[in-house]
Design a protein around this ligand. Structure first.
Ligand code: ATP
Ligand code: MG
Length: 413
């Protein structure tokens, strides 16, 4: 090699070495960010093709969700949090990091997040998407035979039990509903949108508190008094169970003019000894009637008006999986806005656990479902992850469901 040639050769070698080093550093930075579950905005822009409308999976109360694909081939769902979240970047990062530690077979995996310039949450993409798209869309319901529905009920119960009792911090979901249950390729249910209350914290200085949840799934003591406990999730779970069995949406029920909603109807038929009449006709011969009957009863037990009488999720899992013989008799379901009294039936210790203290000592009475409710706030929630802050509200007005196009009903109370 001539002198000039060798000089050139060395220069290129040097250049190659330094660019290798740079790309190695970039690679290391990427790995470190991934370890911390941080995604750069650019990565998510590329993954979703600049949030292309064709990739939009849906839009909920917190913002739109887009499907995307990472460079390594992993499919993701990216939730763009709307600007109404006033949480600072640091707080958001801290909360999102905590939520990314939540790991369970029946809870959707939060892969990470991006805090700037927009707040984005990155989830694993769950292939059959949400339960509502199958259950409440005619023509799609056929894929949900009884075995699948039964496994969904058990899986969601286990996921909730984990959130309530076994996650690093107790998480009260507050928005259990069919659209927040995702189904993977093996039809295993995954609870989505857990811990959203951490990312949308209450305004501590404001006198009124906001009750977030979805029409038809919210427990009466939560809607009317802001009393938050794990039993709020138990109630929503019970609604979801009855929806899965019947194929009807609680909030859009119109089969019986005498009944306000699906819960009312299920209870009426149960009392007449005809509870199996709620069974979805699509289930045909696939249904195991003993299992269906037990699930109807468990759905009714979970939606009882008195939160103390509702089972804990631990008890619900036992009832679902151990076939424990005789189940308790359910009392009337709680329906927000209707008059009801606490039953005098003694309360078992297992069903008491996890109830927000004092919440059930009230007899809730209002004249109709949309009138202004005046309620002194009881003690806040037990869950540090999603508790309504404990404070007094002098008087309060409910925001009508008409104000929310997504069926979500944030309420000023
Ligand atoms: N990880 C995911 N995998 C696949 N699909 C998803 C995922 N997350 C969300 N989706 C889809 O995106 C849709 C919109 O989700 P989003 O949570 O924003 O709305 P929602 O559940 O209807 O309302 P809410 O804001 O009250 O939770 C869902 O209905 C679901 O079909
Ligand atoms: Mg959702």
């Amino acid at each position: 090699m001539t002198k000039s040639k060798s000089f050139l050769h060395n220069l290129v070698k040097q250049f190659k070495r330094s660019s290798n080093k740079e790309s190695q550093e970039e690679e290391l930075e990427k790995i470190a960010a991934q370890e911390q579950k941080i995604f750069s905005f650019q990565t998510l822009v590329s993954a979703t093709k600049n949030f292309h409308p064709d990739n939009k999976l849906g839009q909920g109360g917190y913002g739109p969700v887009f499907k995307g694909k990472l460079e390594d081939g992993r499919e993701i769902a990216v939730k763009k949090l709307s600007q109404s979240s006033t949480q600072g970047k640091k707080e958001f990062t801290n909360e999102a990091k905590l939520l990314a530690r939540v790991q369970h077979r029946n809870v959707v995996n939060l892969l990470g997040f991006c805090g700037y310039p927009e707040k984005l949450l990155v989830y694993e993409y769950v292939v059959h998407e949400s339960l509502d798209k199958l259950l409440f869309t005619s023509g799609n319901r056929d894929v949900l035979d009884w075995k699948r529905r039964y496994n969904i009920i058990i899986g969601v119960a286990r996921g909730l039990l984990y959130l309530h009792e076994d996650s690093h911090d107790r998480i009260i979901h507050r928005d259990i509903k069919a659209s927040n249950i995702l189904l993977d390729d093996k039809w295993i249910p995954k609870i989505a949108d857990f811990g959203m209350a951490r990312l949308y914290p209450e305004d501590q200085t404001h006198i009124n508190t906001r009750v977030a949840g979805t029409n038809g799934y919210m427990a009466p003591e939560y809607v009317m008094h802001g009393n938050l406990s794990v039993k709020v999730d138990v109630y929503s779970f019970g609604v979801m169970v009855l929806e899965l069995i019947s194929g009807h949406k609680n909030s859009a029920f119109n089969l019986d003019p005498e009944c306000q909603n699906l819960l009312d109807w299920a209870y009426k038929l149960y009392k007449k000894g005809k509870s199996l009449e709620i069974l979805d006709s699509k289930l045909g011969s696939s249904a195991d009637l003993d299992e269906v009957f037990a699930c109807i009863k468990i759905g009714l037990l979970c939606t009882q008006s008195d939160p103390r009488q509702r089972p804990t999720m631990r008890r619900a899992v036992v009832m679902l999986t151990k076939k424990t013989g005789v189940l308790d008799e359910p009392s009337r379901p709680g329906i927000p806005g209707t008059r009801y009294r606490r039953s005098r039936r003694p309360v078992t210790s297992s069903s008491m656990a996890g109830t927000s203290g004092g919440s059930s000592s009230h007899s809730f009475t209002t004249t109709d479902s949309t009138t202004t409710a005046t309620a002194a706030m009881g003690p806040g929630g037990l869950g540090s992850l999603s508790s309504v802050p404990c404070r007094k509200s002098s008087s309060s007005g409910m925001v009508s469901s008409r104000s929310d196009p997504h069926g979500k009903r944030p309420m000023e109370m």
